[in-house]
Design a protein around this ligand. Structure first.
Ligand SMILES: NC(=O)c1ccc[n+]([C@@H]2O[C@H](COP(=O)([O-])OP(=O)(O)OC[C@H]3O[C@@H](n4cnc5c(N)ncnc54)[C@H](OP(=O)(O)O)[C@@H]3O)[C@@H](O)[C@H]2O)c1
Length: 253
């Protein structure tokens, strides 16, 4: 199926590794010109496509975010995939205000501002796609990931509100919720759990896979394919949605 992305420009945040990288790679394979932003500015490893350029962006640095906002005013994009690194693990009880603020100001407010800066270009063309990578924790909070659960809940509220506001302009706004997809982030979280519980890493991963009806972790490219679909011409009537890519992990409806 041709997703109709040839000639489109896509900005993907947090795109050097993991879910952002997989999304950027598939969008590029589908013909979009992709700007892959991250702190390293590296283009996704193993990508055989040449229509990806790297951009240095640190979402925790207001000056870096301001530079991107300035660039968007001059060089509009058609597609924006919002993504960021995950916050530190930890409980809800006893989290400091500083930790909440740092998580919110790295994961949420920069994404709100960058999206705002991308919208005028999309509105001018009467076409646009905004996809934000979230987490299964929005629907079913994940124990010991309070910062992630809390901040992403706010992002979900923002995304849904924005979807209604800009639907008349031909712009769709959706979220994709990963369950457990095999990336550096998941390896790090499994490693921390092994350390905390004293269990072997292998045992932690085996127990984790057992809770997933599909019986395995997802592959980044399985996730990127769903992001790319939401960016496609075919997904023009999908907006305000949260799509799960979780192998059935979330137990609720
Ligand atoms: N993998 C999963 O199963 C899963 C499940 C639920 C939620 N999530 C969430 O989905 C998001 C992506 O997950 P992932 O597994 O792909 O994570 P990952 O493997 O850690 O990759 C994170 C990406 O974000 C970039 N990044 C990190 N901090 C940044 C910053 N301050 N500014 C700009 N870019 C930054 C990293 O590149 P640089 O280091 O070069 O900056 C990298 O490209 C995370 O928020 C994660 O918590 C993932």
């Amino acid at each position: 199926m041709d997703f109709g992305l040839t000639g489109k420009t896509a900005l993907v945040l947090g795109a050097s590794r993991g879910l952002g990288a997989a999304s950027a790679t598939i969008l590029a394979v589908e013909g979009a010109h992709v700007i892959a932003a991250s702190r390293s500015g590296s283009i996704p490893a193993g990508g055989s496509v040449d229509n990806i350029e790297g951009l240095v962006l640190d979402l925790s640095d207001p000056a870096s975010v301001a530079a991107l906002i300035e660039r968007l005013a001059e060089q509009p994009v058609d597609i924006l995939v919002n993504n960021c690194g995950g916050p530190a693990a930890g409980p809800a009880k006893g989290q400091s205000v500083a930790a909440w603020r740092a998580a919110f100001e790295t994961m949420a407010t920069p994404i709100f501002s960058i999206t705002d800066a991308a919208l005028p270009g999309m509105i001018a063309k009467g076409w646009g796609r905004v996809v934000t990578i979230g987490s299964s924790g929005i629907v079913q909070p994940i124990p010991n990931l309070a910062l992630s659960n809390g901040v992403r809940g706010a992002i979900a509220g923002w995304s849904k509100t924005l979807a209604e506001e800009i639907a008349p302009h031909g712009i769709t706004v959706n979220m994709v919720l990963p369950g457990r997809i095999g990336t550096d982030r998941l390896a790090q979280l499994d490693g921390l759990k092994a350390e905390k519980t004293g269990a072997a890493l292998d045992a932690v991963q085996k127990a984790s896979r057992k809770t997933i009806p599909a019986g395995r972790y997802g592959k980044p490219e399985e996730f990127g394919a769903v992001v790319s679909f939401l960016c496609s011409q075919q997904a023009s009537y999908v907006t305000g949605s949260m799509l799960r890519v979780d192998g059935g992990l979330i137990k609720g409806l």
